[in-house]
Design a protein around this ligand. Sequence first.
Ligand code: NDP
Length: 333
Amino acid sequence: MELFKSMDNLEEDKNQESIETDVEKVKCLIIGSGPAGYTAAIYAARANLSPVMYEGLQPGGQLTTTTEVENYPGYPEGVTGPVMMEDFKKQAERFGTDIRWGLATSADFTGDIHKVTIDNKKVIEAESVIIATGATAKYLGIEAEKKYAGSGVSACATCDGFFYRGKDVAVVGGGDTAAEEAMYLAGLCKKVYLIVRKNYLRASKVMQERVFNTENIEVLFEHNTKDLFGENGVEGVVLIHKMGTPEEKEVRINIDGFFLAIGHKPNSDIFTDYVDTDEVGYIQTIPGTSKTKAEGVFACGDVMDPVYRQAVTAAGSGCKAAIDAERYLSEKS
Ligand code: NDP
């Protein structure tokens, strides 16, 4: 049995590796497949940029985990997030976008040609790159979230709510996502506790009204989550009411499911050496454009938008990114 390879053999392996490294040259690479990515793809394809899109871990993006979308223009009766994303995808494909499975695992934007590695394997050499990687759900950071991952803790009510039919659950958060998740779960579960750390909801007025008018939702204002308990999966949550005040007290509630809806983190980690980000990680673009600090690299959607974060604003910014990419490429040539 050969235990150690000779230098010659190692050199041979290296050469073999470089032959096997899959390198592909493209004009326009789109990373991410939410409303921003698909819209960028529609525009880039119609501008003859022959875009190649890698869909990422969650094809269709965050909207595929929501239920009803009622505020996207053009759908007077509303539409579900997954159906809407399927429509976007079909439209992008209709004009020739090459849509592929795969996750961008590293990037190098130092040269004129930008290199993006897919699944740690394939290297795409792109003349222009559109980053549309979106954002990912945040967790509280308590140990119990890891302990009960997949057995009572979830960050997606529409994905996992089904498992809690007729049971009691809790949703943490006070924004539109939390309100939406609570409403969705209220239709399936016996009781939904909405755990809000402040004494008001940040959700829009219309969502607040829906929450307050739903009989089986109980809003617990000024409650922070301390821990979860349970032998076989989540059986309850330990909350601290009025934390840091003289009235502070511990409250224990029995629940079967614990849902997080406390916001998102932008998926910008692999790009931070080359583009500017704010302290949270949102990519900063030159105001009024989708241009990043790296020439030929553009950003759109939730990965660069800490303020609006709507499907329609993401789509609009995807359009801008494709137009910016097209202008960049035509000026370059
Ligand atoms: P938001 O940032 O709006 O809200 C996050 C909520 O989670 C806040 O109530 C925040 O509390 C709370 N929170 C954050 N960290 C913690 C923590 N560690 N412990 C307890 N609570 C915490 O995020 P959303 O995901 O709700 O919404 C993002 C954007 O998307 C918004 O602009 C929203 O309007 C939009 N949206 C629109 C929808 C629609 O129109 N159909 C649906 C869903 C989202 P605090 O207020 O104290 O900071």
